[in-house]
Write a protein that binds this ligand. Structure first.
Ligand code: HXC
Length: 283
């Protein structure tokens, strides 16, 4: 489906692209021919990531920025346009998250996550959108949210749940409002994909990690390549009519709330089938 020119002529900015899923997406986009801009707060990470990305042969540059700062993100986007001549795509990937009982949150803790996730995504989107609209150029924005952004929210990650729900609302609101300018916005809602950033903050022990796995029908965590492929597809010319969508990629985890799903955990599938037969015979 993809080839080395699938994203040729694209210049894509990936926030938080120096590590984790951001870097995996950047690698995939570079492999498919895109020029890459990555940004983040830690220069060392960005420099190392840039070296790796250059191996794919396209132009790669890094920018040190805190996405929480509106003016700094604006300056960065202007600089990217100067350096590359244009900007065609943005992936709002930078995130912050930690586990906490909500009653123990401080206003500063709540604000830190909302500032990174919601304000950070708005800041980059607002500057990039204005550039595209003024230049009368088409463009693509992809927002990385979570499965709990959509309906249920999630206990113990309140700032993240509130922020990601906001980013999803922004995706859909702007997909409609900016559709007329040829700007597409989509979102990906990943389930658990192992990254150092998420794992060290969200899985305090191996026991947590193992228990979590029981919720996933696919019986495994996600592979970075799987998410990167989906991101490349949504940003490419293969998906010109898809906008305002949120694609879940979680091995079925999100479906675990089904009313009778739990009975699978009481007994084995074989015993369950026998029980169903007995119930039928009793009628
Ligand atoms: C409670 C905490 C806390 C914790 C920080 N704070 N860590 N509160 N529990 N574990 C509070 C601090 O007390 C402070 O509030 C405020 O947050 C800011 O803390 P700083 O450390 O000064 O902020 P900063 O250095 O900017 O760090 C931001 C951060 C941090 C969000 C707190 O975790 C971070 O930089 N994260 C970036 C990477 C990341 O989180 N990746 C995971 C994303 S995974 P006060 O009030 O004391 O000033 C993800 C996917 C989820 O989002 C789905 C997975 C299945």
């Amino acid at each position: 489906m993809f080839n080395k020119d699938t994203l040729k002529n694209e210049v894509i900015l990936i926030t938080g692209g120096g590590s984790g899923l951001g870097l995996s997406m950047a690698k995939k986009f570079a492999e498919l021919g895109a020029d890459i801009a990555i940004c983040g707060r830690t220069e060392k990470k960005l420099i190392t990531a840039t070296e790796t990305l250059k191996e794919f042969g396209t132009e790669v540059r890094w920018y040190s920025v805190d996405v929480r700062e509106y003016d700094s993100t604006g300056n960065m986007i202007n600089q990217i346009i100067k350096d590359f001549g244009k900007l065609t795509g943005l992936v709002n990937n930078a995130a912050g998250n930690f586990l906490s009982a909500s009653e123990d949150l401080t206003p500063g803790g709540f604000k830190a996550v909302v500032d990174i996730v919601l304000h950070g995504s708005f800041n980059c989107t607002h500057h990039f959108g204005n550039y595209l609209i003024k230049k009368k150029e088409k463009g693509n924005i992809l927002n990385i949210v979570t499965t709990y952004a959509e309906d249920a929210g999630s206990a113990f990650v309140l700032p993240s749940a509130c922020s990601k729900a906001g980013v999803l609302a922004m995706t859909r609101s702007l997909a409609y409002e900016w559709g007329t300018y040829g700007i597409r916005l989509n979102a990906i809602a990943p389930g658990p994909f192992p990254t150092e950033g998420a794992w060290t903050r969200l899985f305090p022990t191996r026991k947590f990690e193992k228990k979590y796995l029981e919720k996933i029908p696919a019986g495994r965590y996600g592979e970075h390549e799987e998410l990167a492929n989906l991101a490349a597809f949504l940003l490419s010319d293969m998906a010109p009519y898809i906008t305002g969508e949120c694609v879940t990629i979680d091995g079925g985890e999100k479906l675990s709330g089904g009313q009778f799903n739990f009975i699978d955990s009481i007994m084995s599938r074989g015993k369950l089938k026998m029980a169903f037969k007995m119930l039928r015979m009793k009628k």
